[in-house]
Design a protein around this ligand. Structure first.
Ligand code: GLU
Length: 465
């Protein structure tokens, strides 16, 4: 028995937006929950001016990176144009569509009246349908769908519930443009039908399109799929999530050093929460076993970068994810150099600082401190006498440590502090500053471990009392 056939249908006119990634993810989760189900991928590239091969590849790579796998090879919509035109022709022949030659100025005029409420019906062309001369033209027309003015349509949406629209409110939209190219509105329905798609999960910016597209199904006597329209995601100021809020493309988030697990965790909790889980950390496997599409909230959800950072920090700290850090370093022009130079040292930096960072690229400026060949400290004036009094002795002590190992360094420093009866910050803060140009940061033992004995002494010795 065939299960559900779903699809994700991005237009390659830009990189994969985090909102679209969420739609793709929910499609993937849904199909993974249902037996014998499939998720197809269709590249909707009929807008030739704005579609590029580069965006297409970036979308495919983004989906793969996120772990959203599809069935079969991606379908390319522009390969099916003749089939779309064939259906338009069929609609014409069966009197379910008509030819229209209205000038743009006439249409604009009518649109104005519709928008101002002067005319209640959304039908934009009122003359061509009845004009036999226009209907017998061979070229120079657009094809519009016929939609009744009476009655209403009802959608039982899995997320939005019952939505009702009067037919009067639905426009007689264009199926085929004057240049004989099909519109999105036509192509999407024909392709979905031909693929056997029976469950459409997409953004609720397409909710109105349902009421238009439904008429193509109806006129063709095709079975109408089930629909789940997902609410959009907004930034914290309540407006549609855009660049103003931060990185919004999957590829940019990846390049900044976000992990796909963190993005998935963050995205799935927008408008949904697992029933029996106090902890917000939830991974794809568990999401697939607990997610319920119908319990997704129908109002827009707020995307919080702070929350994403929280999840990312959790996932990047996992020991099992250390290989992802290495992968990130390889793909980053600065970190890849450090990786080649001294992988162990870079990993030490990461392990010491990982609790404090939200994303991998924050390691760049930190690693710079440790990898700098001509490091010079910014000490302008000497430190306090309290420190100066002990500095040379401390330097000797560090010099004398042969077993450069965490516990040993740590206890040596502790003993020194105890023996001289000094408070830790008196020694620790200036030493940290001499090693990293920062009074605050990890323990000085951690810093000694990252730098190694030679480099630590080199940096300390630059301080002259
Ligand atoms: N290509 C459309 C878009 O990117 C998707 C259409 C649909 O899902 O029906 O918005």
């Amino acid at each position: 028995m065939t299960g559900y056939i779903t699809r994700f249908a991005p237009s390659p006119t830009g990189n994969l937006h985090i909102g679209s990634a969420r739609t793709a993810l929910i499609n993937y989760i849904f199909k993974s929950q249902q037996p014998n189900s499939k998720l197809y991928l269709r590249i909707e590239d009929t807008d030739k001016k704005r579609s590029t091969e580069e965006f297409k590849n970036s979308i495919l790579n983004g989906l793969k990176w996120l772990g959203v796998n599809w069935d079969n090879s991606p379908q390319i919509q522009s390969n099916n144009i003749n089939r779309h035109l064939q259906i338009a022709n069929n609609l014409l022949i069966n009197n379910n569509a008509y030819k229209c030659i209205c000038a743009e100025s006439e249409l604009a005029d009518r649109r104005k009246k519709i928008n101002s409420g002067e005319i209640s019906s959304k039908k934009i062309c009122i003359s061509c349908e009845k004009n036999d001369e226009v209907q017998s033209l061979k070229t120079g027309y657009v094809i519009r769908i016929k939609i009744p003015t009476e009655g209403n349509e009802i959608l039982e949406d899995v997320i939005q519930g019952k939505v009702e629209v009067k037919n009067n409110e639905i426009d007689d939209f264009v199926l085929v443009r004057k240049d004989n190219t099909p519109t999105y509105m036509l192509s999407v329905v024909v392709d979905d039908h031909d693929l056997g798609v029976n469950f459409i999960i997409r953004g609720d910016d397409h909710l109105n399109n349902y009421f238009r597209q439904k008429f193509i199904y109806k006129h063709m006597n095709w079975k109408i799929p089930q629909y789940a329209h997902i609410p959009l995601i907004h930034g914290e100021d309540g407006t549609k999530l855009s660049k103003r809020h931060g990185a919004v493309n999957l590829i940019d988030l990846k390049n900044e050093g976000y992990l796909s697990e963190a993005i998935i965790n963050n995205l799935i909790l927008l408008g949904w929460s697992p029933k029996n889980q106090d902890d917000e950390i939830i991974q794809l496997k568990n999401i697939i076993s607990t997610f319920e599409m119908h319990s997704l909230s129908k109002s827009a959800s707020i995307f919080s970068y702070k929350k994403l950072d929280y999840f990312n920090n959790y996932y990047l700290r996992l020991e099992s994810n250390i290989y992802l850090f290495e992968e990130f370093c390889k793909s980053n022009s600065i970190l890849s150099k450090y990786l080649d130079l001294d992988k162990e040292k870079l990993l030490r930096v990461f392990n010491v600082y990982k609790k404090d960072i939200a994303k991998y690229n924050q390691i760049i400026s930190i690693a710079e401190i440790y990898f700098s060949k001509n490091f010079s400290n910014n000490v302008k004036e000497n430190f306090d006498d309290d420190f100066n009094k002990y500095f040379n002795e401390f330097l000797e002590l560090i010099y004398s440590i042969n077993n450069w190992e965490y516990n040993n360094i740590n206890s040596t420093i502790k003993e020194f502090i105890k023996k001289n009866n000094i408070k830790f910050p008196v020694l620790g803060k200036p030493v940290r500053y001499l090693l990293t140009n920062n009074y605050n940061g990890p323990s000085i033992t951690d810093i000694f471990m990252i730098l190694g004995k030679n480099q630590s002494l080199e940096r300390l010795k630059k301080y002259k009392i």
